[in-house]
Write a protein that binds this ligand. Structure first.
Ligand code: NAD
Length: 545
């Protein structure tokens, strides 16, 4: 498979996370690999090892400690780590990724244990390829890279943001079966403007202010070239870059190499999936909808762009489609008389009288759906929800801002103020709500429905580019997998407990599209779904003798 797992023996074998099976080494393997006596005598099964990890986790009373136990396990025994996660993804995704990873990143330098992935500081400009050559695997297909400037909703965490690429790649494997040895988390350390970290001697990144401008752009260019040269089949996923860099970086490379930005494109596909499933409930067409966004940043414009492109596929012109998407930001409705409109918002800035009241905007535009991507809690107040319910039989309301404390409204508020009529999805999870004896199950719009499946599709096709249409296919594939029974109870995303199956079917649809459209560099297999299932990682021990 690759050089790292060829031949360690004895003590080294027990310290190789790719081959180590700990107490599950058979007696024969212990004898033939020189590890007899280095382990307690009893031979465990994988199931018993999983039970022991559960016992350890159950004895801990906070999620950060559980995150650290799992992180140590990943460093020690990769198969067991993924066996634990893949057996119960709904429980373990929040522990290895959001929300727990947020706190883990904030404290990354204080809790630092074993290094994982590659750290490339801007001081190594000119030597990036040399540094990347130190990575032990030679066939890398998926890189998640950040510069740590906008980690979740937590802002500039500098090098501490490394928890995000590490956690996200764990989900590519745990949720869609992308083999872990083909993935590589990378931190591009260009400094930090976080004063707390700059003054902390334990902070592990460059103690310098962030580099901007030409130096930064050249650094990114050199990184992309090094990846292309070392790993020509590799996809680069940009993660948690600040807006000022995220949008230009994506624009610079999206038509040249296999790359995407999950914060922009993955979020958009997640939202489109929820909208598509909602329309299965209302029985309406996408082209009949009007969307009003609370928030006009990268998430809002990214979603509006993908929805518009999906409407074009259903027969509208791009201008007609964009005309059905309206944005509202901190200064009010985006309309043509405003002088503070950024270029990426122009397509969604329409003719309208100035308007600084969201309720007035709803009354005037009559949206069928409102989406909250402002990062500001409580903006979908009682008047907003009641107004939406007055003009729509089933108003679609998605408060997508994370974390829970920033959500534009709670699930209970949306159901109560709309008398249960709302079709609801939030960015952060909410518990089921009971109103007048009726139970409502809120859906969570989570990018995890999209990015791992995209990763698997790219792996199997060796796609040369990742296009917007691929995200539309992904969204439709997710929406189609919501059962009628789930739709009848108001649920608009497939259950997270079955996420592996959802991802494999979504990956199959995306991969089929990539092959059909000629974006694949790999040979088309006779049966794409079967092929995907055959290469999907399974957490099983290799036999060593
Ligand atoms: P951003 O900073 O680029 O944009 C924020 C927008 O909100 C700006 O247009 C700003 O003007 C507007 N805004 C701020 N305060 C406002 C107010 N009081 N009233 C109206 N508008 C206001 O941020 P972003 O990257 O677009 O992310 C926005 C939010 O979306 C974040 O909270 C993030 O958690 C959420 N998000 C969720 C998901 C998900 O659920 N999967 C994915 C991506 C982003």
């Amino acid at each position: 498979m690759n050089n790292i797992i060829n031949s360690p023996k004895g003590y080294d074998l027990l310290h190789n996370p790719f081959l180590n099976r700990g107490t599950a080494f058979t007696l024969r393997e212990r004898t033939s690999n020189g590890i007899e006596g280095l382990l307690p005598p009893i031979v465990d099964t994988l199931e018993l090892q999983i039970a022991r990890i559960h016992l350890q986790l159950d004895s801990l009373d906070n999620d950060l400690q559980k995150y650290l136990v799992l992180s140590d396990l990943q460093t020690r025994n990769e198969v067991l780590f993924y066996a634990v996660i893949m057996a119960d993804p709904a429980t373990f995704m929040p522990l290895v990724y959001t929300p727990t990873v947020g706190e883990a990143c904030q404290k990354f330098d204080h809790y630092f244990r074993a290094a994982r992935g590659l750290y490339i500081p801007i001081t190594a400009k000119g030597r990036i390829k040399e540094i990347m050559s130190n990575w032990p695997h030679q066939d890398i297909r998926f890189i998640v890279v950040t510069d740590g400037e906008r980690i979740l909703g937590l802002g500039d965490l500098g090098v501490n943001g490394m928890g995000i690429p590490v956690g996200k790649l764990a989900l590519y494997t745990g949720v869609a079966g992308v083999p872990p040895h083909l993935t590589l988390p990378i931190m591009l350390d260009v400094g930090t403007n976080n004063k707390k970290y700059l003054q902390d001697p334990l902070y592990l990144g460059l103690h310098e202010l962030r580099v901007r401008g030409t130096d930064y752009d050249e650094f990114i260019d050199e990184f992309v070239q090094a990846v292309q040269s070392l790993y020509p089949k590799c996809c680069i996923q940009w993660e948690d870059f600040a807006n000022i860099n995220a949008v230009p970086i994506l624009e610079r490379y999206r038509e040249k190499i296999c790359t995407y930005n999950d914060d922009i494109q993955g979020t958009a596909a997640m939202a489109l999936a929820g909208i598509s499933a909602s329309l299965r409930i209302t029985g309406q067409k996408l082209t009949e909808q009007r969307f009003l966004f609370m928030g006009a940043g990268s998430a809002g414009t990214g979603i509006a762009e993908l929805i518009s492109q999906a409407m074009v596929l259903e027969g509208l012109t791009i201008e007609e489609a964009q005309g059905r998407c309206w944005l509202f930001d901190v200064n009010g409705l985006l309309e043509k008389s405003r002088t503070d409109i950024a270029s990426f918002q122009l397509a969604f800035t329409h003719t309208h009288t100035p308007c600084t009241s969201f309720v007035e905007a709803i009354t005037s535009i009559k949206p069928t759906a409102i989406l909250g991507v402002s990062g500001v809690p409580k903006l979908f107040n009682q008047q907003v929800i009641e107004t939406m319910a007055k003009i729509n039989f089933r108003p679609i309301i998605f408060p997508l801002s994370n974390p829970t404390s920033q959500s534009e409204c709670t699930a209970e508020e949306a159901y109560r103020w709309s008398n249960g009529a709302v079709i609801f999805a939030s960015g952060s999870p909410f518990a089921p709500v009971e109103i007048n004896g009726n139970q409502f199950v809120p859906s969570q719009g989570n990018n995890v429905y999209i990015f791992p499946a995209m990763g698997m599709a790219v792996l199997v096709t060796e796609a040369s580019l990742i296009t917007q249409a691929m995200f539309i296919i992904a969204a439709q594939a997710v929406a189609e997998q919501v059962t009628q029974k789930q739709l009848d109870s108001g649920v608009i995303y497939p259950p997270q407990s079955q996420i592996l199956e959802t991802s494999l079917l979504t990956a199959t649809k995306i991969a089929t599209y990539i092959f059909d459209q000629g974006f694949a560099r790999a040979q088309r297999p006779a049966n794409i779904e079967q092929h995907i299932r055959s290469i999907a990682y399974q957490p099983k021990y290799l036999t060593l003798c």
